[in-house]
Design a protein around this ligand. Structure first.
Ligand code: ZN
Ligand code: ZN
Length: 128
């Protein structure tokens, strides 16, 4: 039982790390289901939720969903308000050092989210 869990964990993490679209647990499960018929949706969700609590993955709340990111090192996200696409983006380091200087704080971690319309949704908005 324990062994199976470890194997499933591995499958889930390597699938998450192989993609950069920040999938929800449901989406990840649906993509894994075909090759892993023993995997349950509850397992995928629990593994991701536990990992997020341990800080091994990032959880991003968008719309009514939790989305997951295998990259936990300092990076920022730009999120489409319409289709909820999530892209990785860099927050300029210069802005962080300016902030430290102004506030007197030392920044340990950051998670900045930018919101807007992605290129696809902008195109649709222009056409519609
Ligand atoms: Zn969009
Ligand atoms: Zn990310």
């Amino acid at each position: 039982m324990k062994k199976r869990n470890t194997v499933q964990k591995k499958v889930i993490f390597s699938a998450l790390n192989a993609r950069c679209d920040h999938p929800s647990a449901t989406k990840l499960y649906e993509d894994l289901r075909e090759d892993n018929p023993n995997l349950s949706k509850a397992t995928v969700y629990r593994v991701l939720k536990d990992a997020a609590e341990e800080g091994a993955v990032l959880r991003i709340h968008v719309g009514s969903e939790d989305r997951f990111d295998g990259t936990v090192s300092g990076h920022s996200h730009i999120i489409c308000e319409k289709c909820h696409a999530i892209c990785d983006t860099e927050f300029p380091l210069k802005a962080v050092s300016d902030l430290e200087e102004k506030s007197g704080y030392r920044v340990r971690s950051r998670h900045v989210e930018f919101y807007g319309l992605c290129p696809e949704c902008r195109k649709e908005a222009a056409e519609g």
